[in-house]
Design a protein around this ligand. Structure first.
Ligand code: SAH
Length: 438
């Protein structure tokens, strides 16, 4: 207890004296590192003289009470650890985003509630917010000189701290942010330009989105989304944000890829903040590269936010480790769609029995995939799992082998999206999963 309190106080820059006959090696080191003092003796009233703040953390209730009384007599703020009735001040739970500091307390009523709340706030306030505060601090005076009146200055900062400029800082591009800030100072009425966020929404379960994805999604003016993105995730956008469905189904291209690229560009050029939501990760079979190519060419600012790809999500939820010390030392993500009636690959490269293969977009091509792997030498007994609607509540795992899987699929008629996992790691499913299976 004493060590924890001392660490907090030292970190805040206090001069700390610890009075105790013995202290832990950790505390001793902490004091040495921060110029604190260890006074090796039992507590006496005179120890309080000249001090500004007192923490009693002895294991003896009587001593703690005595310290409390002495401190009160000297009008010193005092905290007795784990005894709220003997505290004139408290140590709240803190979220440290130096120079930002958020303190939470339930006034001793429910530390658990405090912890839950803290977790929520931690998630809402990205680690980089400290940098943002630092950045704002650096330009506070400059902005004050440029915008003398209070209200326009407040508006300027409101826009800066909640817009593309803040995003630049959070993304670590402080130079660009500074350039943007200086530019805006020249013309405080100028509309800020558009920006595109290419966001991986994960494989389905909304909880698998990143904090960054959720935050940027909530800042969007327009959201373009795929068929693979759960409706719950699309609903996380602001209520008045425009939503545009650009989903693609196999052989039913609702909006052609070039049109999507063009749409992203035009919306950004109108000054909108555009979110392009993609299933899984934008750079894994997501054509994310093509979408930002055009933006880059037109110098539209963009960010790409990684997502949990279907292979990772589905494998974890199905209890199939993609690598394993004993079964697989590598894993390969493979496109499994049909071109005509073929899946085009150099099948001879898929022969390693210590490599897990994960086929995306392989449902229709599954019989061809199983057949080709065997034709090129993989054993018919090689285990295969097909994960249907991975990570969603309706997730189903179908099991078979290269020899039997086509039949299993024929019988069970799974629907897209599905993922096919091939390799010995599939055997671990039985031990490592708790989902229903067929
Ligand atoms: N960018 C995405 C992949 C897009 S390709 C990602 O990183 O996951 C689309 C293919 O992904 C589907 O055909 C299917 O094979 C796979 N897929 C996506 N979501 C899935 C899910 N919830 N369960 C199983 N497979 C999924």
């Amino acid at each position: 207890m004493a060590t924890r309190k001392a660490r907090l106080l030292l970190r805040a820059g206090s001069n700390v004296t610890v009075v105790a006959p013995q202290i832990s090696a950790e505390l001793e080191q902490l004091l040495a590192d921060h110029g604190g003092v260890w006074q090796q003796s039992r507590y006496q009233e005179t120890d309080l003289h000249g001090k500004k703040l007192v923490v009693a953390a002895t294991p003896e209730r009587a001593t703690n009470e005595q310290i409390y009384r002495h401190a009160m007599a000297l009008s010193l703020p005092v905290n007795v650890v784990d005894a709220p009735e003997l505290c004139s001040f408290i140590f709240p739970s803190i979220i440290d985003r130096d120079p930002l500091l958020i303190a939470i307390t339930s006034s001793g009523k429910s530390p658990v509630l405090t912890r839950i709340l803290r977790r929520k706030i931690e998630a809402m306030v990205p680690a980089a917010y400290g940098r943002l505060a630092e950045f704002a601090g650096r330009f506070r005076q400059l902005v004050k000189e440029h915008i003398v009146q209070d209200t326009p200055r407040r508006l300027f900062w409101e826009q800066a701290m909640d817009g593309t400029l803040a995003e630049q800082v959070l993304a670590g591009r402080e130079q660009q942010a500074e350039a943007q800030l200086r530019e805006r100072l020249q013309d405080t009425h100028a509309l800020h330009g558009g920006e595109v966020y290419l966001i991986g929404a994960g494989p389905g379960d909304p909880d698998l989105m990143t904090f960054k994805a959720a935050r940027l999604l909530q800042s969007a003016d327009v959201v373009l989304y795929d068929r693979l993105v759960s409706p719950v995730i699309v609903d996380m956008a602001r209520r008045d944000a425009q939503r545009i469905y650009v989903g693609k189904k196999r052989a039913d291209h609702t909006v052609a890829q070039t049109d999507i690229n063009q749409l992203l560009l035009e919306l950004a050029q109108q000054g909108k903040r555009v979110v392009r939501l993609k299933g899984g990760d934008p750079f894994i079979f997501g054509r994310g590269g093509e979408e930002i190519e055009l933006l880059a060419k037109h110098r539209i600012p963009f960010q790409v936010v990684p997502g949990i790809t279907a292979a990772n999500g589905a494998a974890c939820y199905a209890g199939i480790p993609l690598t394993h010390r004993d079964y697989a030392q590598s894993v390969r993500f493979v496109a499994g769609y049909l071109k005509g009636d073929k899946v085009e690959h150099d099948w001879s490269v898929f022969q390693s029995t210590t490599e897990t293969l994960v086929f995306y977009m392989g449902l229709v091509g599954l019989p061809v995939i199983c057949e080709q792997l065997q034709a090129h030498g993989r054993s018919p007994d090689t285990p295969v799992a097909l994960v249907e609607h991975g990570t969603l509540l309706k997730q189903r795992v179908l099991l078979g082998t290269l020899a039997t899987m086509a039949e299993v699929v024929e019988r069970e008629k799974p629907t897209a999206p599905t993922l096919i996992i091939v390799g010995d790691v599939v055997r671990l499913h039985e031990d490592l999963s708790w989902f229903g299976e067929v």
